[in-house]
Ligand binder design. Structure first.
Ligand code: FMN
Length: 196
């Protein structure tokens, strides 16, 4: 009887294993990183509370941890907490206690006209990391565009006294959330093609 039980258990093993594997896979899908990604949403209304330097540094560290073509890190982050400057910047920054202006640093880009353009992808990856770090810290943030409107980017540069080699890509307005919108469900299977 014991032998039969042992053999049937052995036979069942692959089935149980695969169920377990499935379970593990689901657990992995529900890990804190994925949870942070899935629950992030743009926040456009902020409390007036200031953000401590440690939180700001965490967001900047996250930004600088982004992938970057040929590891050039062609970015520069301008941290604006000056109320008057925030007002002058307008848009969402006007209502936020902090704005991080993510800039491309043209002294660090890959050589050549094609290589140079990677700054946009590098700085976009850094921006998303900043948004996720902000959310994980209980802050709210929104990516507001500047590039590819060159004139608008240059105006930010002038306002903030940046050299011509620093090109603002976007302004991330950050603060403690004063609204709690539901994250949008953007899952659309029709946006996927599997090549098996
Ligand atoms: C390149 C880019 C530019 C954006 N510009 C603005 C903007 O100027 N103002 C704004 O309120 N939100 C802006 N957003 C935020 C989007 O409106 C927002 O991400 C989108 O509606 C999806 O909502 P979610 O972030 O809550 O998922 C921008 C986002 C990206 C990626």
């Amino acid at each position: 009887m014991k032998k039969i039980l042992f053999v049937s258990l052995l036979l069942l093993m692959p089935v149980t294993m695969s169920a377990q594997e499935k379970k593990d896979c689901c657990k992995k899908a529900a890990n804190p990183v994925v949870e942070t990604i899935m629950s992030r949403t743009s926040i456009r209304k902020f409390k007036t509370d200031t953000i401590c330097p440690e939180m700001i540094e965490t967001m900047l560290r996250a930004g600088m941890a982004a992938p970057t073509a040929m590891n050039r890190q062609p970015w520069h982050f301008v941290v604006v907490t000056n109320r008057q400057k925030l007002e002058e910047m307008g848009g969402r920054a006007k209502q936020a206690p902090l704005a991080i202006v993510v800039c491309g640093d043209f002294t660090k880009t890959i050589e050549g006209p094609i290589g140079k353009e990677f700054w946009i992808q590098d700085c976009s990856a850094a921006t998303e990391n900043i948004l996720l770090a902000a959310h994980s810290l209980g802050l709210g943030a929104v990516w507001t565009s500047s590039w590819p409107n060159e004139e608008r980017s240059k105006n930010y540069g002038k306002l903030l006294g940046l050299p011509d080699t620093l090109m603002p890509l976007c302004v991330v307005a950050v603060g403690f959330p004063d609204e709690s919108p539901e994250p949008k469900d953007k899952w659309k299977p029709e946006n996927i093609t599997f090549v098996k």
